[in-house]
Write a protein that binds this ligand. Structure first.
Ligand code: MD3
Ligand code: FE
Length: 204
């Protein structure tokens, strides 16, 4: 039932579905305290994906660069704490994929509206590259692009639906990846949006 994408990368289809009620409440609570916003890349472009964070550290981008920051630059306050439902889901999914004892310190919440996309990139702003990344897809489906170790390597397309969880670790941790432009649609979880939770352990 679990799909191996590559050594270290496992798709757990529907793993989050049974927990969607708690996840929906907790996404609403976090985003009331730290609203979604469109970050500016160091090159000066507005990202089409809207983002916010919870946990000890949040991923932010501005003209100065990318970094993890304990403070939300919009409010000057610390990011909201990681809800128990988020922590338990990340821990249980990681364990299922063979990573016992995963305790994330950062959760990036991405919101895709129709047309929003994420171009091919690597996640390399984290200090602890041994820890896996756990990603949870909610709401509208998307096509995920799974590339290679170089930007130009041909990418595979993987459809991700509501409730799917992917755990990325080991040799797959620095692969290029992206998300194709979201198609219009309607889903009871998030209306016309896709929400993605990305759990990371940034500090060793
Ligand atoms: C593979 N987000 O926020 S999550 C990101 O669906 C990001 O919102 C996408 O890529 C999204 O950086 C994809 C899946 C993901 C996250 C991190 C990875 C896949 C990864 C790191 C290494 C390899
Ligand atoms: Fe990424």
């Amino acid at each position: 039932e679990d799909e191996l994408l590559d050594p270290g990368a496992v798709v757990l289809r529907g793993f989050a579905s049974a927990r969607e009620a708690a996840l929906k409440d907790d996404v609403a609570r976090v985003t009331a305290a730290a609203p979604f916003r469109h970050l500016i890349t160091p090159g000066g472009f507005r990202m089409s994906v809207a983002m916010t964070n919870c946990g000890e550290l949040g991923w932010v981008s501005d003209r100065r660069g990318y970094r993890y920051d304990p403070v939300d630059p919009e409010s000057g306050a610390r990011w909201p704490a990681l809800p128990d439902s988020f922590l338990a889901l990340a821990r249980d999914a990681a364990a299922r994929a063979g990573y016992d004892g995963f305790v994330p310190d950062a959760c990036l919440i991405n919101r895709y509206a129709p047309g929003a996309r994420l171009s091919m990139h690597q996640d390399r702003d984290e200090k602890d590259l041994r820890a896996p990344i756990v990603s949870v897809s909610l709401g509208l489906p998307a096509v995920f692009l799974w590339g290679g170790d170089a930007r130009a390597d041909k990418a595979r397309r993987v459809a991700l639906h509501h409730g799917d969880v992917v755990v990325w670790g080991g040799p797959s941790r620095l692969r290029f990846h992206g998300v194709l432009a979201l198609k219009d649609g309607e889903h009871p979880f998030a209306g016309g949006h896709r929400i993605n939770l990305t759990f990371r352990k940034v500090r060793p």
